[in-house]
Ligand binder design. Structure first.
Ligand code: T4K
Length: 368
């Protein structure tokens, strides 16, 4: 059998470039707790992403949990069921009730027109996700938040490097979080970050991710251990040198898929043309009921050929046992998300994916 093709495969920088960093870590014995590489990566990411303040984390989930703590969010939070389960889990870890709102059929992001109806006196924030790195309706979400005095935390786990006409997508809302997991376009093996608008907020985040320590003897809040270590930061520093080349390769694969699948009756590729700078982090296709094969049949067929596409995001978060009894989790409340979860297939996309393989994947999808 051929080598398996997964939905993604991390692109790693040359090992030889990482080794000097390791040597420095070994020599200095500074392994974690805001070491030199941690500081350097924060500065380098601010510059690359065009943002002011970033706090690095051990992973994206801890960043989400801490972002909610930072803004002292309580009660109910409006969010999308069409995401990775970590989005809603971060709410449960904070004792917050998720309120699921349906998604827009074009972008598969939270539908801003349905947010207002879900607001109650207990609502304190909105937690939208830039699914597959596509921007949410930032303007409308902000308008609603302003009217009802709600905070916005963007789960931007997929949106590394994405820009609209005003610059980085990470500048919007009260906070944004990133993930640098192995499956992401920019990886530190495990990793994540919170992007904050000012130094004061960053300082609070940095306390919270270090048990709440403000100095050696002062603990100002029940913080957690969310710190990124020096090895992760070193990998990030080297990785960053190669990120633009990696994004270009992803763009080429995206274009190849589109040239073969766009316009096929019964298959829809998401439109990302309008995005000023996209990161090509995923390549989702929507298999409509009129297509000759179902999404699950295509998934199984590819799998039989050792090609492991993924049904992100199936099942919907709202269908998992810890969420399905919530009133907002009902199918009637989430018709578009329910449809998306059974129609989307994310095809393999990563910089080293052979164009010949892309062609093979498309042929397999297209043939009856
Ligand atoms: N918010 C959103 C919207 C997210 O999507 C995520 C994570 C988070 C928050 C939380 O961020 P983190 O705490 O994870 O930083 C994966 C990832 O584990 C997860 O990070 C990601 N979203 C989610 C969308 O995908 P799985 O269960 O699909 O991963 P897994 O292990 O099946 O990997 C997928 C494929 O990638 C594998 O078939 C092979 C390949 N792979 C994977 C790993 C781990 C590799 O080639 N090398 C590797 O090291 O969740």
């Amino acid at each position: 059998m051929n080598e398996p093709i997964y939905v993604t495969k991390p692109t790693l920088p040359p090992l030889a470039e990482v080794l000097p960093y390791l040597e420095q870590i070994w020599n200095s014995r500074q392994l974690t707790n805001q070491g030199i590489f941690h500081q350097q990566l924060e500065a380098a990411l601010c510059e690359y992403l065009g943002i002011q303040h970033i706090s690095l984390f051990a992973n994206g989930t801890l960043a989400l949990v801490t972002a909610l703590q930072t803004l002292r969010i309580t009660g109910e939070v409006i969010t999308t069921p069409f995401s990775f389960v970590a989005t809603a889990h971060s709410l449960l870890w904070n004792g917050i009730t998720p309120v699921f709102v349906d998604i827009d059929t074009n972008t598969l992001n939270l539908d801003p027109n349905k947010i207002e109806a879900a607001i109650t006196p207990r609502t304190s924030a909105i937690l939208p996700v830039h699914v597959y790195g596509q921007p949410c309706d930032i303007k409308l979400i902000q308008e609603i938040a302003n009217i009802y005095n709600l905070k916005i935390i963007y789960d931007a786990a997929h949106a590394f490097g994405v820009e609209d006409n005003e610059g980085s997508l990470l500048q919007y809302g009260d906070l944004s979080i990133l993930s640098f997991h192995a499956t992401k376009v920019f990886t530190t093996f495990e990793g994540g970050a919170i992007i904050s608008p000012d130094k004061k907020t960053k300082t609070r985040i940095d306390y919270l991710k270090n048990f709440g320590f403000a100095d050696e003897i002062t603990v100002m809040a029940p913080g957690i251990n969310g710190k990124m270590n020096e090895f992760q930061a070193a990998v990030g520093l080297v990785q960053l040198k190669y990120i633009d080349a990696a994004l270009t390769k992803r763009q080429n694969i995206d274009a190849q898929y589109r040239s073969m699948l766009n316009g096929v009756d019964g298959i829809r590729c998401l439109n990302t043309n309008y995005i000023k700078r996209y990161n090509y982090s995923y390549f989702p296709i929507i298999i409509e009921p009129k297509y000759h094969s179902s999404r699950d049949d295509i998934y199984a067929k590819l799998k039989s050929q050792n090609i492991h596409a993924r049904r992100y995001f199936y099942p919907l978060i709202s269908n998992f046992p810890m969420y399905r009894n919530l009133p907002s989790a009902s199918y009637e409340n989430l018709p578009n998300a329910t449809k998306a979860a059974i129609s989307v297939l994310c095809l393999p996309i990563y910089p080293d994916l052979d164009p010949f393989m892309v062609e093979k994947i498309c042929q397999s999808i297209l043939e009856k």
